[in-house]
Design a protein around this ligand. Structure first.
Ligand SMILES: [Zn+2]
Length: 310
């Protein structure tokens, strides 16, 4: 997480597989909100060393982040190649996320979508409605492969693009958008926004919006914080820029290359009505992700799920 530039490294992220036991979503979100505020206070508002373009931060992996179900080896060096110019994937670094093994709040229509200041963890479009999000691209190698699978299964997805990749692969931005997928803003350099000032956060987001629209997609309506590292500042900037904060609820940590089997099993074992699934088409070798998508997309359809966009 939070690494950018031509030679990213991969770091573990938190609580990828959410566990919540009997806690209600509302309580979890409340706790998460407190934690977010606490985290903000603890950083003292000090900006990270990252600048808006090409800067690199390499935060220390948080030991809380190691899910027992992960077969990954975070911290390893990424593979080389033309598509490694972006950061590694996302997993949460706080405990604000809801469990992914309970019914999706809102699936019954009783819990409205999150208000301002909270990210969206679930879609709320009825029984068996789920969403697929594809992060950290576009990638000249993997995005076309993902697009082909989505076309094959007629699945609409949401691509959370990193601005510098969108700028580099503008034709893919247009291709993704033309295929009916949503394009969301995922910052310019994939930094840890929770450690950045309002001005830095704003620059990361605005520059990315510009690259995405320049590439031919609509102005994004959705924003996803790298690593799920939200802060009051990030929410404030999103509000000012008219962006809805988007999170996720099923994370197989595909970016850590745990094996296609692990990715498939995690997705199939944790997806339920309302789930927002996180996958990656950028940040390194995503061949396992592509292989897993080829397997779990038809399985989800056969299980009666249908895909919507947040
Ligand atoms: Zn990401």
């Amino acid at each position: 997480m939070n690494v950018s530039g031509p030679d990213p490294q991969e770091f573990p992220r938190d609580a990828a597989l959410r566990r919540g036991g009997g806690m209600s979503r509302r309580l979890l979100l409340g706790v998460g909100g407190v934690m977010l505020l606490g985290g903000c206070a603890s950083t003292g508002g000090k900006p990270a060393a990252a600048g808006p373009a090409g800067a690199t931060t390499a935060p220390t992996p948080d030991p809380r982040s190691r899910p027992t179900g992960s077969a990954s080896s975070p911290g390893q060096s990424p593979s080389g190649g033309a598509d490694t110019s972006t950061a590694p994937g996302d997993s949460h670094s706080n405990d604000s996320a809801p469990p992914d093994n309970s019914p999706a709040p809102g699936a019954t229509g009783q819990d409205p979508p999150p208000a301002a200041g909270k990210p969206q963890f679930y879609v709320h479009e009825g029984d068996k409605a789920i969403a697929l999000t594809i992060d950290d691209g576009p990638s000249s190698k993997y995005t076309p492969q993902v697009l082909a699978l989505l076309a094959q299964y007629k699945i609409p997805a949401t691509f959370c693009m990193i601005g510098q990749n969108a700028d580099k692969h503008a034709s893919l931005v247009a291709e993704v958008s033309a295929a009916g997928h949503l394009v969301a803003n995922h910052t310019w350099t994939h930094p840890n926004l929770a450690k950045m000032t309002e001005a830095q956060v704003t620059a990361e987001i605005e520059r990315t919006n510009d690259a995405i629209t320049r590439g031919g997609a609509h102005q994004p309506a959705l924003f996803r914080a790298p690593g799920g590292n939200w802060s009051p500042t990030v929410f404030s900037v999103c509000s000012k820029l008219g962006l809805r904060p988007l999170d996720w609820s099923v994370d197989p940590r595909d970016w850590s290359r745990p094996g296609a089997d692990h990715i498939v099993q995690t997705v199939m074992g944790h997806t339920h009505t309302g789930s927002i699934i996180l996958e990656h088409d950028g940040g390194g070798d995503r061949s396992q992700t592509v292989a897993a998508l080829q397997r779990f997309l038809p399985q989800l359809l056969e299980a009666g799920y249908h895909f919507v966009q947040p």
